[in-house]
Ligand binder design. Structure first.
Ligand SMILES: [Zn+2]
Length: 252
């Protein structure tokens, strides 16, 4: 059976108000597909195809695409429609540089602000991340890796940084999908745990040093030239179409 997305388990880190389950689900599926490197940079996002896949109007799709464009992971061009953003090498360097600065600030703030409850949640998230990789569910593991960084931004307790981080984490996912070299890269959960140890000990210098080291690993894995993920919308979201078709059959 095709792997099901577990969006219901996904914390609401997308920054969207819960105006409607359907819209949130579409946004979450798109965000997850980008975060999990299943949707290739530059993929044309046809409103018609996505409307068919998700069973909603083009107006709703357009609104979701607009939200993703606002976060920098979709680009919308006049007369050419929407596509998954495809950062140039120079844009990628700028995004990674911004991510380093934001991660540094988030780490410093988290050392000061994180609560015991948030630390428990972060630990649980890393444990689940580790479980996903152990059982071979790489996509879910990568998504949880991204969520770790978003959750850390929440622990920093600074609203602008949460917004910056959401955009930077998803854009970094696109950059990794577009420019990674050799074996597929993902965050090290060991490094996430070490980082939590330092944050928990309120050791600012060590936490920042570990985070910068963690960011170095992203830079080391990039060569600004590889392209190996699919740009077929129906292939990326086949599990949704299968699920929808099943529902339709059941209803009949
Ligand atoms: Zn990480």
């Amino acid at each position: 059976m095709t792997k099901q997305r577990r969006t219901s388990k996904t914390p609401n880190l997308t920054g969207k108000k819960r105006s409607g389950a359907t819209n949130d689900t579409i946004y979450a599926h798109m965000f997850d597909a980008i975060l999990e490197h299943r949707l290739a940079p530059g993929t044309k996002l046809s409103e018609e195809a996505l409307g068919e896949i998700f069973g909603v109007s083009r107006t709703i799709i357009r609104r979701e695409l607009s939200q993703l464009a606002h976060e920098g992971v979709v680009s919308i061009r006049p007369n050419r429609g929407a596509m998954v953003a495809s950062p140039s090498a120079e844009e990628a360097r700028q995004i990674l540089y911004a991510r380093r600065l934001v991660e540094r600030a988030i780490t410093e703030l988290a050392v000061q602000q994180v609560t015991d409850e948030q630390l428990d949640e972060l630990r649980a998230l890393v444990a689940e991340e580790q479980n996903c990789f152990a059982r071979g569910d790489r996509g879910a593991g990568i998504r949880l890796s991204g969520e770790f960084h978003l959750k850390l931004a929440e622990a920093a307790n600074n609203a602008p940084f949460i917004g910056f981080q959401r955009s930077l984490v998803s854009q970094t996912s696109l950059i990794i999908a577009q420019y990674e070299k050799g074996t597929r890269f993902h965050c090290s959960y060991d490094e996430h745990n070490q980082l939590l140890d330092a944050i928990s000990a309120r050791d600012n210098d060590k936490a920042v040093s570990l985070m910068m080291h963690h960011m170095d690993h992203i830079d080391e894995k990039l060569n600004f030239g590889d392209d190996s993920v699919t740009n077929d919308l129906h292939a990326v979201f086949s599990h949704i179409e299968v699920a929808r078709n099943k529902k339709t059959v059941t209803k009949q």
